[in-house]
Design a protein around this ligand. Sequence first.
Ligand code: GDP
Ligand code: MG
Length: 246
Amino acid sequence: MTPPLLSIIIPAHNEEERLPPSLLQVKEFVNAQSYEIEVIVVENGSHDRTFEVASSFIAEMPYLRVINEKMPGKGLAVRTGILAATGIYRIFCDADFSMPVAEINKFVPTNGQTYDVAIASRELPESKRVNEPEYRHLIGRIFNSMVRFTVLPGLQDTQCGFKAFRGEVADQVFPIQTLVGWSFDAEVLVIARQNGYKIEEVPITWYYKPGTRLNIVRDSIRMALDLLTIRRNARRGYYVRSQKTL
Ligand SMILES: Nc1nc2c(ncn2[C@@H]2O[C@H](COP(=O)(O)OP(=O)(O)O)[C@@H](O)[C@H]2O)c(=O)[nH]1
Ligand SMILES: [Mg+2]
């Protein structure tokens, strides 16, 4: 079977409310494209009916798979979905689609172009952020300064929930990932860079959506500590694949 050009992976935790309208938009998007797409929802640790609600869409979206991952964490859910995917390109997307679904096409190369890793950015001159409370933006900027200082110089936005990988790159990078929580983005990008892959930033329009699953105080402290772990792992060479396996 020929692989789809694009896999869309949606991590979902307690998303019975926000997921259905998003899946309807994804369905419309898929119907409007001329290339093959698969969609994978990965649910773990929900206390609501996210898994059942997502599964109820399979009848109308035959290209949809819903996976239940036993262990918790967004990072684990994304890794499971990315590695279960078969697309030539694979993008993971937050369930709230704070980046409008139509923007996904910015991550589908045309005219014979390609990329290794392309990440949505809310911080480029052409990017737009809509309705975000100032304090959330400020927290994001402080975290980004820490990320740039410790592990990823030069990247203006590593925390936006929309990132795409060429399938072959994803298959190299994600098995090395060790962090399963919110900081996995930064780790995965460090792994990609350390193995010689290029990261491109793509300007997007982004709408603030209330109802975050992030606990600002607890998760921010955790993420700051994770950055130190990532830096230590990177310095010790844990993220570099040997030439033989690359
Ligand atoms: N599968 C899974 N998804 C998660 C987990 N934690 C967060 N997510 C998903 O990660 C995405 C981003 O979460 P959100 O609360 O919108 O974060 P924010 O936009 O940074 O405030 C959503 O799709 C969540 O459902 C988790 O433990 N497991
Ligand atoms: Mg969100």
